[in-house]
Design a binder for this molecule. Structure first.
Ligand code: ATP
Length: 371
């Protein structure tokens, strides 16, 4: 489901020139962005870039210094947190230890004084959604961490909010459980049709769960895009470097080919690199060539037909099980990483430390960035 690709899709949340300052420090800087209904939207960025501040403004715990936030077309500025169709799930889950799973899920509905039969029906529905029917009578300390996380999720969805804010929702889980839970989270989001906005430090997690990712830096969204576009076509060196592993090579744009590709001069004695420009890259500008290690081919024999070919020596090999990363030093001292899947065919190539190798990549494999 990709509402942002549908021209008729209605945005649920609209930030319009939103700035948040604490004293003279700007935590959110003139932000304008739409988040669509049914989206799973991830905020990604280093500590202090403004993710929590953004969430707190959506939740109603902070007010913008300037600008407007609309929910379903209505300015939510004056609406207090408990009157917003927005709920927030914290990393700590904040479950009541003395209440059962069922009572925890029912808590908000009871506070709203809904009739008992409606509360019971809704709680059953939520227990089914997170598959905890069998654990309904247990207390939080009698269930596992993953199950507690699902209780918290059921509780935050019980009142059917239009928007659920998730601040590091899986941060307390170990790696394996975390990966499993990511898929559950996606399934539940899809089933309920609730818009999710998630803050995570884990870029793989954002890539897995999100329909779109906003990469943030100093209170700004540097790029807002689908995970594959963020990974394949980052708009700045910052984004390329923040998501996944990347080789960054600085140089000067020297010439444009007829098909729009840019030729970069980067080192005396090395052939120019050709890549796809992201935006305008006038001849003569300083730029960065960015290429993912898995797009760099490595071989002992001179490759045929590729236009980007360099020669070097294997410095280091990191064995990662399903793949290995080769650090190759060129005669100029530049180090380029190449990553290869460890299937049997590749194992037979038998590339090892100190080997003289060729690295190559196609003209479409890397991007040229000026920012
Ligand atoms: P983290 O990943 O570490 O949680 P973050 O991206 O969520 O970071 P925020 O918590 O939004 O970052 O903070 C953004 C900036 O605003 C930080 O530099 C922080 O120190 C500052 N800030 C946040 N809240 C306040 C406040 N109440 N008073 C003053 N400064 C604040």
């Amino acid at each position: 489901f990709a509402p942002w690709k549908d021209p008729d899709a209605q945005p649920l949340i609209q930030f319009r020139n939103v700035t948040k300052r604490f004293g003279d420090f700007t935590a959110i800087d003139d932000l304008t962005v739409d988040i669509y209904a049914r989206e799973f939207f991830a905020l990604l960025g280093p500590s202090g870039c403004g993710k929590t501040t953004l969430m707190r403004m959506l939740g109603g715990f902070e007010t913008p210094t300037e600008g407007t936030i609309l929910l379903d077309g209505q300015d939510i500025g004056p609406v207090p947190p408990n009157r917003r169709a927005v709920n927030m799930m914290f990393q700590s889950y904040a479950l009541f230890p003395h209440l059962t799973v069922r009572e925890n899920i029912a808590f908000g509905l009871k506070r709203d004084k809904l009739p008992k039969d409606r509360i019971d029906a809704r709680v059953e529905e939520m227990l089914r959604l997170v598959q905890l029917q069998k654990f309904a009578s247990r207390k939080p300390h009698q269930i596992s961490g993953g199950q507690r996380q699902r209780v918290a999720l059921a509780r935050s969805l019980a009142k059917a909010p239009k928007l659920l804010l998730l601040d590091e929702p899986l941060g307390a889980l170990d790696k394996k459980l975390r990966t499993e839970t990511q898929f559950e989270l996606m399934e539940i989001q899809e089933k309920t049709g609730t818009t999710f906005v998630i803050v995570t430090h884990d870029q793989e997690e954002a890539m897995t769960v999100a329909s779109r990712i906003a990469v943030m830096d100093h209170g700004r969204m540097v790029q807002v895009d689908t995970p594959d576009r963020i990974y394949e076509t980052p708009n700045t060196t910052y984004v390329a470097d923040f998501i996944g592993d990347v080789n960054l090579i600085e140089g000067n744009a020297a010439a444009h080919h007829e098909d729009g590709k840019v030729e970069i001069h980067w080192r005396e004695g090395e052939p120019p690199i050709v890549g796809t420009p992201m935006g305008e890259v006038p001849d003569g500008t300083r730029c960065t060539f960015a290429i993912r290690p898995e797009k760099v081919a490595i071989s002992k024999d001179h490759p045929e037909g590729s236009s980007n070919i360099v020669h070097g020596k294997v410095l280091d090999i990191a064995y990662l099980g399903n793949m290995s990363t080769y650090h190759v030093e060129l005669p100029t001292g530049v180090i380029i990483k190449a990553q290869l899947a460890n299937n049997r065919r590749i194992a037979r190539r038998n590339i090892t430390w100190e080997d003289e190798v060729w690295l190559s990549w196609t003209e479409t494999a890397g991007v040229v960035l000026t920012g």
